[in-house]
Design a protein around this ligand. Sequence first.
Ligand SMILES: NC(=O)c1ccc[n+]([C@@H]2O[C@H](COP(=O)([O-])OP(=O)(O)OC[C@H]3O[C@@H](n4cnc5c(N)ncnc54)[C@H](O)[C@@H]3O)[C@@H](O)[C@H]2O)c1
Length: 360
Amino acid sequence: MKDTFNNKKVLVTGHTGFKGTWLTLCLLRLGAKVIGLSFEKNSNSTLYQATELNNLADTRYCDIRDKEEVKNIILTEKPDFIFHLAAQALTLKSYEIPHETFETNFIGSLNVLEALRVSNHNCTCIMVTSDKSYKNDEWIWGYREIDKIGGDDPYSASKGTCELLINSYYQSFFSHPSSNTRVATARAGNVIGGGDFSENRLIPDCVKAWKKNESVIIRNELSTRPWQHVLDPTCGYILLAAKLSDNKELNGEAFNFGPPANQMFSVKDVITKLAEKWTLALPKQLYKLENTEYKREAHRLKLNCDKAKELLNWQAELNIDHTLKYTADWYINSITGAQKARDFTFSQIDNYLAQVAYEF
Ligand SMILES: NC(=O)c1ccc[n+]([C@@H]2O[C@H](COP(=O)([O-])OP(=O)(O)OC[C@H]3O[C@@H](n4cnc5c(N)ncnc54)[C@H](O)[C@@H]3O)[C@@H](O)[C@H]2O)c1
């Protein structure tokens, strides 16, 4: 399992964030030497702090919008792999700070791609965008990688524009025989798992409220989403990087990483199922509906993951019950302090890696 990443230099942007921390811990488990690039202002992620990741990864605080700093890090370090996750990742916040969202997500991606173009060292780069990159027609089918890119709210549109940008860099530079850069985009949906304490995300909101024996306030109980555990797409990104480094046919491709089509659940179902796995005290009423009008968010969004199955042999491993069990167990361990967060998180990663059908 450790061949591809063992002793390899891997740059993870956004490594202090929720997904970035899980990804970094997985890469460390696979023997990688991780350099993390994140924004100091945003670096109070509970998972990052709880797992004391700063002691394990070489952290560089830098603004991804700063072209010269990003270029300097990439040209100096010449990482074998880059996973670009740094972003303003919250849809609701993107209505409050649209300009910053576009700047961080678009210019940040542009800076990484431009540094790779200039450096032209051997590097495999996974650009993490989102399922929200697709033009959402709220239809019943899963989106395929060939479907239209779009996005109405600023976050979704910023991720859609990143897709166009990445494709342009691939077509114009990285597809050229003299280029040593391989790039692919990874599109995943909402993820859940231990250690997320972001605002306006369902599971963190449940944990925060239930800890105080209060009902969680939610915006829309019927909103139906493809929920998945963070380890599923995270290991999909790693698998994609491993395969891409070995197979130039995958250069420039996009891949969806979502749960199976029958794993669509409403917010109400997810809260009910999470409560079944919650062994600590619960409030009498699990949730209440917010009575203010909520900002428009797409309600139906599903990914078709046939391409990842066919070309990478990837599929989601955890069904909704396993996903919520992993998640509830993480928060319960954190609240009771039974095991150190880092050890507990590594034990979940080890369990997960022991059951996946692929090798890196
Ligand atoms: N969490 C999800 O459900 C989800 C779903 C689909 C796609 N994604 C994508 O995955 C990636 C990671 O998401 P997340 O949930 O871990 O986000 P997060 O908000 O937890 O973390 C964001 C990370 O980006 C860094 N960052 C933000 N602005 C920066 C800047 N100006 N300069 C440098 N670093 C900066 C932060 O420091 C942090 O490390 C994002 O690109 C996001 O769009 C997330």
